[in-house]
Ligand binder design. Structure first.
Ligand code: GLV
Ligand code: MN
Ligand code: MN
Length: 409
């Protein structure tokens, strides 16, 4: 008998455990440990295991037909203060779903693959959905090779080092286009809990735009320079951030966050001369996302003029909002109904690997509730019953999607 989902998640959570949560960044020791554990479970269940050249790991359960597989999975990396379920749940649940298909003696038409995507969080290299984006052809491979982490280590070097690609797993050629994709994930927000729903069917995933901003003012002595003669980079950054917050609220159905900011020289008695920060802007509506992007440029120009500082804005990442496939959504909703639950439609403000895969294949997502809507924090929590219900919904959805796509081809 394979270990149950809950025990697997506990075991996985030991990789990268810190006092602030889980820190499992791509190609670090903890990430490699998590990928090895995923592979060991898949091997014990006799699936065919491969990785691709960006570090995505696949466990294949054959179907009647040879050819394009239906994929299900999520990521094993975390933000530096992550919880035990964001990503890990969907990757492990996909393996459990394959095992449930085995146990039920169900033979699918398509091969089904459980996948652990590499580097979804962008915590080490500055690119979110790195593995699934490369898989979907959205991220240029040469550009990925050249990405560097904060210590100046390139993606290519990290991949070749001890915690990079797994030494005992074959590396497949290219990125075979799947027949379909379904991802199970915790909601990471409060809506399902608030509405008393146990299974969400995702309608669309918000688009994202990220920018690096550098504010150049003038450093000086904190005691001697009169207020009216200062060109304080941090005050300017603060003003810009507040203007952007107001712009997002004004645009509506859009969010904007500055979660990372560095002050130079970061000394009590020195006027900040330079500030570097990153903007994360999102909306499921592309027009609103465009309006946010325009606001970033306009507000930066205004604050620079008013405060006599230089503000450089560099767009670093843009992912379009994507709708989930209506036929796959209907198949998921049917699976949820069979389990005696009412499917609850909702959009995802969080980014997911599904947003990349959806650009090359029909895709769907299932959400389970997050206690208090908490995520990207160490005390993320979903009840064991909801976690198990999600796996049942995923198994049934995979079987239903297999039937649907087999009929169409
Ligand atoms: C990933 O978790 C994201 O939404 O940024
Ligand atoms: Mn996340
Ligand atoms: Mn995630």
């Amino acid at each position: 008998m394979p270990p149950p989902l809950a025990a697997r998640l506990v075991e996985l959570a030991q990789f990268g455990a810190t006092e602030h949560g889980i820190d499992r960044r791509l190609f670090g020791a903890a990430d490699a440990g998590a990928r090895r554990l995923f592979v060991s479970w898949a091997r014990a269940s006799n699936y065919v295991i491969e990785q691709d050249r960006v570090g995505n790991v696949f466990a294949r359960r054959p179907g009647r037909r040879v050819g394009a597989a239906i994929l299900s999975g999520s990521h094993l990396d975390t933000v530096p203060t992550g919880g035990p379920y964001d990503g890990a749940y969907g990757a492990v649940a996909a393996l459990c779903a394959l095992e449930e298909l085995d146990a039920a003696g169900i033979v699918t038409e398509h091969p089904i693959e459980a996948v652990a995507w590499a580097g979804e969080e962008g915590s080490r290299f500055p690119l979110g959905c790195l593995g699934s984006g490369a898989f979907a052809g959205l991220n240029d491979l040469h550009a990925i090779e050249a990405l560097v982490d904060e210590d100046g280590v390139s993606f290519g070097a990290a991949r070749a080092a001890a915690h990079g690609l797994l030494s005992d797993v074959p590396v497949r050629d290219g990125f075979p286009v799947p027949a379909g994709y379904v991802e199970l994930h915790i909601e990471q927000g409060p809506v399902l809990e608030h509405r008393g729903a146990r299974l969400g069917v995702v309608t669309a995933i918000a688009g994202q735009a990220h920018f690096d901003v550098e504010v150049h003012g003038e450093s000086g002595h904190a005691g001697t320079v009169p207020m009216e003669l200062r060109r304080d980079a941090l005050s300017s950054a603060a003003e810009l951030i507040l203007q952007l917050e107001a712009a997002a609220a004004h645009i509506g159905e859009a969010v904007l966050t500055v979660g990372r900011l560095t002050v130079f020289p970061n000394q009590t008695n020195v006027i900040p001369g330079r500030v570097v920060f990153r903007i994360d802007a999102r909306s499921v509506d592309e027009m609103r996302l465009d309006a946010l992007r325009a606001a970033v440029t306009a507000c930066a120009e205004r604050v620079a003029g008013q405060r006599d500082v230089r503000i450089d804005v560099t767009p670093i990442e843009k992912r379009c909002a994507v709708a989930m496939d209506p036929r796959l959504r209907a198949a998921v909703a049917e699976a949820v109904t069979e389990l005696g639950e009412v499917p609850f439609d909702l959009p995802s403000g969080a980014g997911h690997d599904a947003m990349c895969v959806a650009t090359i294949a029909p895709a769907a997502m299932i959400f389970v509730p997050s206690a208090g809507g908490r995520s990207h924090v160490g005390n993320e929590y979903t009840t064991p019953d909801d976690l198990a219900l999600g796996v049942s919904a995923l198994t049934r959805s995979i079987a239903a999607i297999d039937r649907l796509l087999a009929k169409e081809s």
